[in-house]
Design a binder for this molecule. Structure first.
Ligand code: GUN
Length: 290
């Protein structure tokens, strides 16, 4: 069993970006600038956004963090987005999800200019992904593709089961794994809460990508020997023995599943850091697109 080390791979990618940023600066070009909007104080979201800002510093990007109160109105948030759309200094920006219930996530996604949508959530960018046109791939699926690519994992002709059909991970992931690209050419089954006899699919799968947010959902008996498992889940579970008061659990029962795998991502240190590396890649791409 080989661990797919997202932390190391993400550091490799960030090192590559650092060199490119230094080249841009040496040529007197603009320093890439990423902005992030966060609404409210959700603990996990604050941690993720701070990690994104830290990654910007590491690669030499400029960053702007826009912190908004939990009770901001939808109109005021849309106005902030429009300001970033029109700010030439900002090359790309993201709105951290989830948003408070009184804000319509779809309206927000649609409001972000597709040229600055480095999260790849805008329908125009998702549509371009489906058509294999140049676009910003959604950060987590892009990170998973990078990880599979950099470990030279053969995907062509394989049976891939994606568990979970979220707009930001499961659905785009299922499309990417079926595309006619180096990482791709799988026969994909997208499973979800209404899937009957899930185990019948997972047992046959060569590659399983789990993005449910249900801790330790995928158990040893559900997978075959030699499977490649990508665990997108990262749930905080109360743990009084930890200084933080919680520990992080993936969607995979690691102790049972890992011994059966050819490759598996750990949690933490697997998909999470790759999401951030992808965001950096997309931001650099936004600058190059200009
Ligand atoms: N919330 C969970 N994952 C993501 C992500 O990739 N981007 C944004 N903006 N919010 C998220």
């Amino acid at each position: 069993m080989i661990l797919l080390d997202g932390k190391k791979t993400s550091n490799d990618i960030k090192d590559e970006i650092t060199i490119k940023v230094a080249e841009l600066k040496a040529q007197g070009k603009k320093t890439p600038h990423l902005a992030a909007i966060i609404v409210g104080n959700n603990g996990a979201s604050v941690t993720y956004v701070n990690a994104k800002v830290k990654a910007c510093e590491k690669v030499g990007f400029e960053s702007t963090l826009v912190q908004l109160s939990e009770d901001i109105s939808e109109d005021d948030l849309l106005a902030k987005i429009e300001k970033l759309n029109n700010d030439d200094a900002i090359d790309g920006f993201i709105v951290q999800l989830p948003l408070p219930k009184h804000i319509d996530e779809h309206k927000v996604t649609l409001a972000v200019s597709p040229a600055k949508d480095v999260d790849g959530f805008h329908p125009e960018n998702l549509g371009r992904m489906v058509l294999s046109l140049p676009t910003f791939l959604p950060a987590t699926p892009y990170g998973i593709v990078q990880l599979l690519d950099r470990y030279n994992i053969e995907t062509s002709g394989k049976d891939c089961v994606v568990i979970g059909r979220s707009h930001i991970v499961g659905s785009p992931m299922s499309i990417l794994m079926a595309r006619n690209t180096k990482v791709g050419n799988c026969t994909v089954t997208l499973t979800h809460s209404r899937t009957k006899n899930l185990i019948e699919y997972t047992k046959k799968a060569d590659i399983i990508i789990v993005a449910l947010g249900v801790p330790e959902f995928l158990t040893g008996e559900m997978v075959k020997d030699g499977v490649v498992v990508v665990d997108v889940g990262i749930t905080r579970v109360e743990d009084a023995s930890k200084k933080s008061g919680f520990r992080l659990l993936g969607d995979v029962k690691f102790d049972e599943v890992a011994p059966k795998c050819s490759y598996i991502t750990p949690v933490p240190g697997g998909v999470g850091p790759m999401t951030i590396a992808s965001l950096m890649m997309n931001t650099l791409q936004a600058v190059e697109n200009k």
